[in-house]
Ligand binder design. Structure first.
Ligand code: DX5
Ligand code: ZN
Length: 214
């Protein structure tokens, strides 16, 4: 079953709690939380205090996507704030192995993410993680167009997973809509992140069902 994680980057921040309760009631499988530092990406969102504040709004899986330089500095803090899974960019640190270990130590699910121009991570990393997040737009902003070239990368990643009998989930983030969801899942995605598509939908429940069915 494909999982849909709405990205709260497209929510109305003036009523974030309400927005999260709404997607929870509408059947979301998790909440995707984009943390940006204005250095790794050219945008700034929010940090641990906001994650802590919204933790009480839902029991859904809180999927924290760190787009920050040197994420090793903040792993424990995001775990303490209420993340269920922590995903960082392998481009953002000198030692992805150490960051993976740090997340493991917190007991949270471990995710690694790659930007559109970054090749599939090495086997040494893939065998240690619960999730690989394929960015299908340049990270930093919601509402961008899905990069078709990522279809091939998702397929390759799914093939590597199969060939090596690995278990990580494949999550795809950026530009997912009702037109391309089915192709992306056919390529091998297990989790679709959708910001604009879900938050701008009149009927969020129906929108998520359609994204899930492809
Ligand atoms: C972009 C973020 C995405 C973004 C997706 O850097 O990582 O999670 O919110 O937004 P849409 O679905 O609108 O492309
Ligand atoms: Zn994201």
């Amino acid at each position: 079953m494909i999982k849909i994680y709405p990205s709260i980057l497209s929510a109305d921040f003036s009523k974030l709690g309400e927005e999260i309760r709404e997607i929870d009631n509408a059947g979301a499988d998790g909440v995707h939380i984009d943390v940006m530092d204005g250095v790794f990406v050219p945008n700034i969102t929010f940090g641990m205090p906001v994650v802590k504040a919204i933790r009480k709004c839902s029991r859904l899986f809180y999927d924290v996507h760190l787009m920050i330089e040197k994420p090793e500095r903040y792993i424990q803090a995001f775990a303490d704030a209420g993340a269920d899974g922590i995903t960082f960019h392998i481009e953002s640190t000198d030692s992805p192995e150490c960051v993976i270990d740090l997340i493991h130590e917190t007991g949270k699910k471990v995710g690694i993410s790659i930007k559109p121009n970054t090749p599939i991570p090495s086997m040494d990393l893939l065998k240690e993680v619960d999730l690989v997040l394929v960015m299908s737009v340049e990270p930093g902003f919601g509402g961008q167009k899905y990069l078709e070239a990522m279809n091939r990368k998702i397929e390759d990643l799914a093939r590597v997973r199969y060939e090596h009998d690995l278990k990580f989930e494949i999550e795809v983030d950026g530009g997912i809509n009702l037109e391309n969801a089915s192709v992306v899942t056919k390529c091998g995605a297990d989790i679709l992140v959708a910001g604009k598509t879900v938050f701008e939908a009149e009927d969020k429940k129906e929108c998520m069902s359609r994204l899930r069915e492809g």
